[in-house]
Ligand binder design. Structure first.
Ligand SMILES: N[C@@H](CCC(=O)N[C@@H](CS)C(=O)NCC(=O)O)C(=O)O
Length: 185
């Protein structure tokens, strides 16, 4: 939204105190997760990528889901790779190992949490190779795939997964990403 200059009112929900399990919230998202985009007509859209696609349709520029059949397929391919191959594993490591998540992730299975770390790191190596050949994750233009990668990498910190040294292309790309005004919006 910051990349597109879209501003909407925000309401914070406390994840830790059970607000997401209330009847009122479950009517908005039975999956009991944020974010949820609530429209004036009462429609509720959850799932981050669905919300992003809604804004892309409303305001196509700058295009964050690619341009043309190949460009759009490349963005979809890389975004899914990063969501399922990086973000998911970092989140699982966090959810199954962090003591504060014990009441939200039931059952918390530490061994499963640990099993996710090498998978996340494998994806980082693949990303390093990709960024050695491409300025942005999905090609010549910034896209949602860069956003998903950035969120996944930043989430490694609270998930207590250290970024391995020597990933120079990733470091070059990361510096460029965090310099964008949207990264601190
Ligand atoms: N697939 C969902 C995941 C949403 C999600 O996991 N949200 C977290 C916060 S970032 C949450 O609501 N956690 C509450 C819980 O685990 O109970 C999306 O992309 O929006």
């Amino acid at each position: 939204m910051a990349e597109k200059g879209i501003v909407v009112p925000f309401e914070e929900v406390d994840l830790m105190t059970g607000d997401l399990k209330s009847v009122a919230f479950r009517q908005k998202n039975p999956m009991e997760r944020v974010p949820v985009l609530e429209l004036d007509d009462g429609t509720c859209i959850s799932e981050s990528v669905a919300i992003c696609r809604y804004f892309e349709e409303l305001q196509p520029e700058p295009a964050l889901f690619g341009r043309g059949p190949i460009g759009r397929a490349m963005v979809e391919m890389w975004n899914r790779r990063l969501e399922l191959g990086l973000f998911f594993h970092v989140a699982q490591h966090f959810r199954h190992l962090h003591p504060k998540m014990a009441h939200l992730e039931v059952p918390q299975v530490a061994e499963w949490g640990r099993a996710n770390k090498p998978k996340a790191l494998e994806m980082l190596v693949l990303l390093e190779e990709r960024l050695g050949r491409s300025r942005f994750v999905a090609g010549d233009e910034y896209s949602i795939a860069d956003i998903t990668a950035l969120v996944g990498i930043d989430f490694m910190k609270p998930a207590r997964i250290e970024r391995p040294p020597g990933l120079d292309h990733l470091a070059r790309w990361y510096a460029e990403m965090v310099a964008r005004p949207s990264a601190t919006a």
